[in-house]
Design a protein around this ligand. Structure first.
Ligand code: URA
Length: 249
């Protein structure tokens, strides 16, 4: 339980809650700070897309996670690439039983070229740490590999342009369990228009390239930073995730 309190406190959220409160019985603590306003975005993409590049063939040519990263770096079929500083592919252990899939890079991820390394990534690490997982126990990626300008949501075209690589990544890494962080990732990979409020906490399945894994949608950590009152549901999801990993581990 201390680790649960810890991941909230480390994320900048004040709490004096000694144990997990029963749902609806306690007023949630407020976030200490507001996220700073997004910096002005770069101008829209000018470079031409390369529609002749066959994303599925390119992704399919890779037979390791390392090779997939290399081929993704040659891919120019997603407009986001032309406004981003770096391609943000993955971090963590590709052989880990858990794959976490988020929405897309933010400013810090764009700067560092790695997913979930900003404030919401720190919270995600603390959430996973609370169930005993460090970077050796998970592998993290996103449904798009380049930062959407101004941190807007990725469009369905941008998600589709990246999808062959995401699916190939799942097929190669063969995670036993997938955690979907936020509504955009959940909708894209479960192929549903339902929102995260309806999807979270309910196990589904993802199949890609002949590999099938149970997938759990949960709240995006950035949402939890804005709405700490939802933490009990997120914690329930983490416990469900830990149970599934134990069952399949
Ligand atoms: N939010 C995401 O969904 N992914 C990241 O990599 C960072 C923030």
């Amino acid at each position: 339980m201390n680790s649960l309190i810890g991941w909230w406190e480390d994320a900048g959220i004040e709490t004096d809650i000694p144990v997990l409160p029963p749902a609806g019985t306690r007023t949630a603590p407020a976030a200490r700070t507001q996220a700073p306003p997004a910096p002005p975005s770069k101008p829209a993409a000018k470079a031409p897309l390369k529609p002749h590049q066959d994303a599925r063939a390119m992704a399919g040519s890779a037979d390791s996670v390392e090779a997939l990263k290399a081929v993704l770096e040659q891919y120019e079929g997603c407009a986001l690439k032309f406004t981003a500083t770096n391609t943000v592919f993955a971090r963590g252990n590709p052989a880990a039983p858990l794959m976490v899939i988020g929405e897309g890079p933010g400013a810090e991820e764009d700067r560092q070229g790695a997913p979930f390394v900003g404030r919401s990534g720190q919270l995600l690490d603390r959430m996973l740490g609370a169930i005993g997982l460090d970077e050796t126990g998970f592998h993290i990626t996103n449904v798009v590999y380049w930062r959407p300008p101004g941190n807007r949501k990725p469009s369905s075209e941008e998600i589709e342009a990246c999808r062959p690589f995401v699916e190939r990544h799942i097929a190669i890494a063969k995670p036993r369990v997938i955690l979907l962080a936020g509504g955009i990732a959940a909708q894209a990979l479960l192929n549903t228009p339902q929102g995260i409020m309806a999807l979270r906490g309910r196990w589904a399945e993802i199949s890609a390239g002949g590999h099938t894994a149970p997938a759990l949608p949960t709240f995006h950590p950035a949402f939890l930073l804005r709405r700490p009152q939802e933490k009990a549901k997120a914690w329930a999801d983490m416990l469900s995730l830990a149970d599934k990993l134990e069952e399949l581990g």
